[in-house]
Design a binder for this molecule. Sequence first.
Ligand SMILES: Cc1cc2nc3c(=O)[nH]c(=O)nc-3n(C[C@H](O)[C@H](O)[C@H](O)COP(=O)(O)OP(=O)(O)OC[C@H]3O[C@@H](n4cnc5c(N)ncnc54)[C@H](O)[C@@H]3O)c2cc1C
Length: 474
Amino acid sequence: MSDLHGKHYDTLIIGAGMSGLAAGIRLAHYGKNVLILERHTLPGGLNSYYMRGGRCHDTGLHALTNATPAGAKGTPLAKILRQLRLRHEALELAPQRHSAIHFAGKRIAFTNNNFAGFEARLADAYPRQADALRRLDTALRAYPDTALDAPPGSARAFLAEHLGDPELIDLLLLPLFYYGSARPNDMDLPQLAIMWKSLFHEGFARPREGVRQILRLLLEKYHAAGGTRKMGTGVRRLHTDAQRVTAAELDNGEILTATTVLSSAGLAETHRLCGAPADATATPGALSFCETITLLDQRPREDFHWQETILFYCDSDRLRYESPDALVDPRSGVICIPNNYAYAPPHSLDKGWLRVTALASHAHWKALSPDAYAAAKHEWHAKLNATARAHLPPVPDARFDAAIAARDMFTPLTIERYTGHINGAIYGAPLKRRDGRTHWENLFLCGTDQGFLGITGALLSGISMANLHILKTD
Ligand SMILES: Cc1cc2nc3c(=O)[nH]c(=O)nc-3n(C[C@H](O)[C@H](O)[C@H](O)COP(=O)(O)OP(=O)(O)OC[C@H]3O[C@@H](n4cnc5c(N)ncnc54)[C@H](O)[C@@H]3O)c2cc1C
């Protein structure tokens, strides 16, 4: 019999991703007896890391969004640091140099904490929209985005009310969709306001060591506060009566009980754990991505003159953000060059990195045989790299190919395997539960399907749900 058999906890947390860890820290700080259960052996969920060929690869991290400097007050990052009792310096954040949106023949650059510069470049490119852009920014900054009862709505409709130019609307939506929309071709209005500020006003940074550094700090805090976790042990089933979760059954058959359960597994996934029938308000998402990772023996900025940290591109005249009817839709995507953060000397990355993200179809990848899957990964790795290079200063094929030190790629099936998200849906269900409540009075959601997305969003989600439902504080 395991030492955990039959044990009772104040709170069980399903998932050691960003939201589960943040919730765990809050609860442990307040003396709660809390256990995090994670099916995988590594923490981090969607934003984790793995070793391959003796090197550590981040699975997710392009950017920590909402990058504000140490000492900034009232920002999402400041709130996270205060609530989790972390020091800004401990993250060793390197700010982006600059990023850009490449669409409709325009290349609009933006960087951290300089919205005025971005606005001026947009106004140059779309002079008739200059006043409308100013009014849009005022409206979005005034929007109560993180209020759990923020009025829902369509981001596209809101933008169309303010801007008269469909091309400009698509251009603005391109980075916002890729960094945080679970809805095909649209985005929740509160999410638009959150993302607008987090990308265009605040910006991007990367911890010196990547996602491992964030995870290490979170785990240190959690354990120092007395939190416990069980890795490599999933929750197989949640036993319920009409009102409550009565017990959690683990993959190894152990049964645990808890006063409350917080689940970061997703809404449909959590319903499934409860054995609940399919529910129209808990439809899983379908938007998923492929991502290529290429390690280079050359320095992207110095040797190839690739300047941007992140480049959002779209090659069509209209942006289509939807699950493709093909393995991959390379017509739009994100190019990330982690070397192009401004690391404090003497630090730099030991290799050149190129990451390319594009929309992909879970169903199409799922239909492949193992051999065809491996071949498709090989083929799409090359195609996505070629697509990305067409948006960057040219490097001859032979020179680029000779510089490749290692490569990898993940698909919607990888996301599904490592996070449990149905369809490999990167941002979960299109319909969010902002208050985190479920049909069962002691079971709450945190993370992706509560609705705050990305690393910063997931951390805030864990904090907010622990505060609201368990600690009953703000
Ligand atoms: C390719 C990629 C790139 C990304 N890039 C960025 C980026 O640059 N910046 C950014 O801010 N965000 C990025 N994201 C998004 C970000 O990673 C997520 O929004 C965030 O990490 C979600 O955290 P979460 O805690 O909500 O959920 P998850 O990370 O999904 O964590 C859920 C955890 O629950 C576990 N779990 C599920 N079911 C069970 C069960 N039954 N029992 C036990 N454990 C279970 C899973 O294994 C997982 O570890 C990226 C994501 C991907 C995939």
